[in-house]
Design a protein around this ligand. Sequence first.
Ligand SMILES: [Zn+2]
Ligand SMILES: [Zn+2]
Length: 388
Amino acid sequence: MAKDLYEVLGVASTASQAEIKKAYKKLARKFHPDVNPGDAEAEARFKEIGAAYAVLENEDKRKLYDEFGDDAEKFGYDPEKAKAYRAYASGGGGGFSGDFSSGFPGGGFSGGGAGFDFGDILSDLFGGRGGGGGFAPDHAPRRGADVDASMTVDFLDAVRGSKQTIELDKPTACSACQGSGHKGAPGPCAGCGGTGRANVARGPVQVQATCRACGGSGRSPGPACGTCGGNGQVRRRTKLTVDVPVGVESGQKIRLAGQGAPGRNGGPSGHLFITIHVRPHALFERKKQDLEYALPITVGEAMRGAQLDVPTLDGRVKLKIPAGAQSGQRLRLRGKGVPAARGGEAGDLYVRLSVVAPKAEDEEAKALADRIDALYEGDVRAELERKL
Ligand SMILES: [Zn+2]
Ligand SMILES: [Zn+2]
């Protein structure tokens, strides 16, 4: 049986918009599924309140309802019939464009009517909580939250890829209540003895009102679990193995599917996102896929050229230093950078030459240095002078 919309909100048919809004907020807060977990009747009331408000908060719809109210009651809240009513109402010269009966697609709260945003008013009521799935009734399957974590990896483990273990405090289903948040079996509400109605004192008069404890359902899901405080989840130290992919860089996130917080009511678990931090290496520097390091060489090696054994990620390789090599010159070892990953190409390794001069302490060494200086053609700083 459909109720009078004003009655649903507990306001007079002459109530102002402010009064209607205030009454709606009060009732929505009271019957909100988050406040009445697992309570189907509170949920039904909540929807009923929302549907009534969707009509009455809109001046046009309210006018139509005032005029065709009896018909609206006859149609009840069946979406198909409401559509017919809408057509009828708009045919009657009204502008009944909203869909007050089907604005609640199973918790998605899309709010059919123009200018009416359930999200706004509910975030107003509940401080903006309930991200993602909107306000799903508490017995509906809900996906668990995603969990963020971070992990520091050694440079070579990141470049080559590796298996790492991470230990973190992770939300886990409470074993004391199997994640339900309640202990023991559901039973009748202690607040009303299962009737859904309770005596409330209004001044000197005792009146029967909907039980606050159970929202009128008369049922209780059982007392809150003491282990998890009714949350259904506890944080537990958990060890996980993480496959660090080849070539991962600082700031990248690795997703461990289904390793986030457990879902509720049979919903899937969230994901675990691990942000990687890479420790710098004492020798290798990384630039995207390429690696680089500074290789000290002697003046003689620079002048004559040389064949040297130099380190790479895969061990030592021969590197030819050309005659007349200079400090700062970069020699490329193709494919010796960050290994190829997922169909990509391997990077290169750049060896940056750094000429180390010996000390010239005795006269013989100083004479040798003079002889070397005599080999320069012109001023080595000529280029510098031109650039000034
Ligand atoms: Zn528990
Ligand atoms: Zn009760």
